[in-house]
Design a protein around this ligand. Structure first.
Ligand code: C2E
Ligand code: MG
Ligand code: MG
Ligand code: MG
Length: 282
């Protein structure tokens, strides 16, 4: 600790201005116009069906292409947008853009049942009429039933389980799918989430990475078998090596997503990847 005795007291360092938040509030101010300036983009990461090694669907992920700072990741701006409410227009944009691409791809490939998973944040589910957004997006874009999926984390739905379960039931009725994101990072067990109508569960990559070591197969095996007992399909996040993919397939995961199979890519590349797996021969 700084010495306090005597006359020469050492003051704690204080920057001349209130710099503590300027980085954030600057970003926040710029984020406000980012949608209008077309700086917000969606990228799509393939989710691979492990038995056929073909694309089963994609997760839509948001990017902010800043004119000076380059690509800003969602971990930087989503929390800000969540706080100030900008997540509502941003989230709607994500839904509309992803649904439009999905519809285009399904039509172009003659009805291949590829899916699209879109991340939903707390404010969208709990303090906004998400049902209305989903209804609108499904009315404007024809997609196969259940193929436009809402991706939600367990901690999000546990913030308000009653309200969540009502909204999720409605969303499911509208013909959207429901995917439980990052499973295993929260504190709830699958028995807690079984009263929500999820059709897919995504196992967080911390359980998947090889670094996890010896305990991995046992934990994974029990999650997978419980999910299957509950009638859900399983996606494993963060498959980075051939070994991961092999182990995940042997454990019974239907799908895997990760850098092994592809990083998030733009819509043109994503459609090319789809066309490779589903060439139009008919
Ligand atoms: P998430 O939903 O769990 O998305 C998966 C994240 O893991 C993505 O990061 C993806 O690029 C990354 N990832 C995929 N495969 C691998 C792998 O093999 N290894 C590793 N180390 N990472 C992998 P990203 O795109 O930076 O997104 C981070 C988070 O930001 C997302 O986590 C999600 O919570 C949030 N997010 C992204 N887009 C949106 C959006 O449109 N709306 C909302 N509300 N949140 C979003
Ligand atoms: Mg996700
Ligand atoms: Mg995830
Ligand atoms: Mg995750």
């Amino acid at each position: 600790h700084a010495k306090r005795a005597g006359g020469d007291k050492i003051e704690p360092f204080r920057p001349p201005f209130r710099t503590a938040n300027t980085g954030d509030s600057h970003i926040e101010a710029e984020l406000k116009g980012a949608l209008m300036r077309n700086e917000i983009e969606m990228v799509y990461q393939p989710i691979i069906k492990l038995d056929t090694k073909t694309v089963g669907g994609f997760e839509a992920l948001m990017r902010w292409r800043h004119p000076k700072r380059g690509i800003i990741p969602p971990s930087t701006f989503i929390p800000i947008a969540e706080k100030n409410g900008l997540i509502i227009p941003l989230g709607l944009f994500a839904l509309q853009k992803s649904a439009a691409e999905l519809s285009k791809w399904q039509n172009a490939l003659g009805g291949v049942s590829v899916f699209m998973s879109v991340n939903i944040s707390s404010r969208q589910l709990l303090r906004h009429d998400l049902i209305n957004d989903v209804r609108g997006v499904l009315a404007e874009n024809s997609v196969l039933p259940g193929t436009l999926k809402m991706e939600l984390t367990e901690s999000l739905i546990m913030e308000n389980p009653e309200h969540s379960s009502q909204v999720l039931a409605k969303i499911k009725e509208l013909g959207a799918g429901l995917s439980l994101d990052d499973f295993g990072t929260g504190y709830s067990s699958l028995s807690h989430v079984m009263r929500f109508p999820f059709d897919t569960i995504k196992i967080d990559r911390t359980f998947v990475s090889e670094a996890e070591g010896k305990g991995r197969p046992a934990i994974l095996r029990s999650i997978v078998s419980m999910a299957h007992d509950l009638g859900m399909e399983v996606v494993a996040e963060g498959a980075e090596t051939e070994n991961d993919a092999l182990a995940l397939h042997q454990l019974g995961c239907e799908y895997a997503q990760g850098f092994l199979f592809g990083e998030p890519m733009d819509a043109t590349q994503a459609f090319k990847a789809l066309q490779q797996d589903f060439p139009l021969t008919r």
